[in-house]
Design a protein. Structure first.
Ligand code: GLP
Length: 259
């Protein structure tokens, strides 16, 4: 795992957008794993302005609420269409979000896994982090070998997303999410966290002991994982000096230093 600290949320989001752009330019037919959430808004805003050719890209989102149709503005399908897809030249048929309305949810989860396998796996997975330390909707005690499945949302997550639904009582109680094992199989992943509300969980996820209580700690076992944080989200990390040195000196970050 590598940690990159940028001065603020703008710069951190910009770096993640540039990492995605570099992937698309290097491999126009790349398979992207995409995330939703407030943290991702800036990344997609930035991507929209970069004049990238998405025409051969395939995308798979991490998760979707159970019971929300794509037409529901709170669905993650609607989020993705509004935040990115309708603004770029991606073929909607190449964009995948689990179907939270599927009659047979278990079959839908198996189908989603099979689709990812069919395209040869995910090249670059983008991740946010919830306050419980979840990636996707992998709530505490999610098995590290778990695959796409239905997961019940924890009270902390429900509270975190309550504002979108006009109150916690309106937040769906379950979601389809890629499993921790599904996420771990990607070739490379980038986790973005910004703001002081994420400082404590970022420190636990990156420098704490590996535990299924915090599914993001599984990323310590991922072969190519970069955690991009702003100063606020980095505040509780103990090895900041080392992380800063890496970004300033390691050749792989040279093309990204000028922002
Ligand atoms: C939801 C999503 C996660 C996301 C998290 C953080 O729970 N399922 O994938 O990482 O929100 O959201 P935010 O960026 O709004 O803090």
């Amino acid at each position: 795992m590598e940690v990159i600290i940028r001065p603020d949320a703008e710069a951190a989001s910009d770096l993640v957008a540039r990492i995605i752009a570099a992937e698309i330019r290097a491999k126009p037919s790349c398979v992207l794993g995409l995330a939703t959430g407030r943290t991702m808004d800036r990344v997609y805003q930035r991507l929209r302005t970069m004049q990238l050719d998405f025409s051969r890209c395939r995308t798979f989102n991490l998760d979707e609420y159970v019971g929300l149709p794509p037409s529901d503005p709170h669905s993650y399908r609607a989020y993705m269409n509004n935040a990115l897809f309708r603004h770029v030249n991606i073929d909607l048929a190449n964009t995948h979000v689990p179907d939270g309305m599927a009659k047979n949810l278990d079959a839908e989860c198996r189908r989603y896994e099979a689709e990812i396998e069919h395209v040869g796996g995910i090249d670059l997975q983008i991740l946010g982090i919830g306050k419980t330390g979840h990636i996707g909707f992998n709530e505490p005690l999610s098995a590290f070998r778990s695959r796409t499945r239905v997961k019940a949302l924890s009270p902390t997550t429900t509270a975190q997303n309550a504002a979108f639904f006009g109150g916690a009582e309106n937040v769906p109680r379950r979601a389809i999410t890629m499993g921790v094992g599904t996420i771990m199989d990607c070739r490379r992943c980038v986790l973005l966290a910004t703001g002081d509300s994420k400082a404590e969980i970022v420190a636990k996820a990156v420098e704490g002991p590996i535990t299924s209580m915090i599914s993001a700690t599984a990323l310590q076992l991922q072969r190519r994982c970069v955690v991009v944080v702003d100063e606020e989200a980095a505040a509780r990390l103990t090895q900041q000096e080392y992380y800063r040195w890496i970004f300033e000196n390691e050749p792989e970050w040279e093309p990204f230093r000028d922002s």
